[in-house]
Design a protein around this ligand. Structure first.
Ligand SMILES: [Zn+2]
Length: 295
């Protein structure tokens, strides 16, 4: 089953509900970054959370989520967009911690409990929107929830879950997001809270064969869920050789000449997807010529 996200309304429109199966998306990130199991779960949850946040964008809107914690994983940076495409980076992919006291993957141990959670949204306006909150949990689901409540004033519940196999590969990955609109009764909110408290992990539900729609139907006891949209999601990086050429040009003639003389070329690596781009001596000479011509 290919990855996809569903968007729905429930309880006469006072709850916006989203659920996603992102198994292939997270599996591709795991392969590209060769993450060890705790890092796989941390990067995977960040990718799923960004897909959920990105699903509220429109058109050509984009967002970046930066999780800058004090744990051994270092910075986690994920880019997403309204089209359901996501790419991500974890500073230290080689993090494998013992399971936590609950017998679960210790994402908090990898991410840390101090630091900042930053969301930058490019909505096609002059200035991007930036929201920043402190890391409150390090497990990431609660950090996305806290960000939405505190920076965007949307009471929400976000669940992010990645099931990692003993060989570090991804068994399942997914999540949900509920956003409570004005008009929701206290009774409804406390009923949802109770449902969520007893909800198995989304990765387990996916592993049992559930679809994103069935996950929403498990969370919401509303019999009239109104599905708005189904959207494919995937890991996709937009890097290409031209972008790296532009970056090399900014180094200047002297540096490029040294690359020719000493290394007889240059190899650049995209930190988001791991793709490598080779620049031959002729390529570098061409960039030098370009700099000289534009002087
Ligand atoms: Zn790339």
């Amino acid at each position: 089953m290919a990855d996809y996200l569903v968007k729905a309304l429930a309880y006469d429109g006072v709850v916006r509900a989203y659920a996603v199966n992102a198994t292939d998306t997270v599996a591709e990130a795991q392969r590209r970054h060769e993450t060890w199991h705790t890092a796989s779960a941390a990067l995977g949850r960040a990718l799923v959370g960004t897909l959920l946040l990105g699903s509220t964008l429109k058109g050509k809107d984009k967002l970046t989520v930066k999780i800058l914690g004090d744990g051994p994983a270092g910075a986690i940076i994920v880019d997403g967009n309204a089209k359901g495409e996501v790419k991500g980076y974890i500073q230290n992919p080689k993090v494998a911690l013992p399971l936590n006291a609950q017998g679960k993957i210790d994402v908090r141990g990898a991410v840390g409990t101090q630091g900042s959670f930053v969301v930058i949204k490019d909505l096609g306006l002059k200035e991007p929107f930036t929201g920043q909150t402190p890391i409150v949990s390090g497990e990431l689901g609660e950090d996305f929830t806290y960000y939405l409540a505190s920076s965007e004033q949307i009471p929400s519940a976000v669940g992010l879950s990645v099931l990692v196999n003993p060989d570090n590969t991804i068994q399942t990955a997914g999540g949900f997001m509920l956003q409570i609109m004005p008009g929701a009764s206290e009774e409804l909110i406390s009923r949802l809270e109770q449902k969520l408290a007893s909800l198995p992990r989304v990765s387990s539900l996916l592993d049992s064969g559930m679809t994103p729609e069935q996950i929403l139907e498990t969370i919401l006891d509303d019999t009239t869920i109104f599905y708005l949209e189904t959207q494919p999601v995937c890991f996709k990086c937009d890097c290409n050789k031209d972008k790296f050429a532009t970056a090399l040009i900014t180094l200047g003639t002297k540096e490029l000449q040294e690359m020719i003389d000493e290394d007889h070329g240059a190899e650049t690596v995209c930190s988001f997807c791991g793709n490598k781009y080779h620049f031959s001596e002729q390529d570098l000479q061409g960039l030098i010529t370009e700099i000289e011509e534009n002087k």
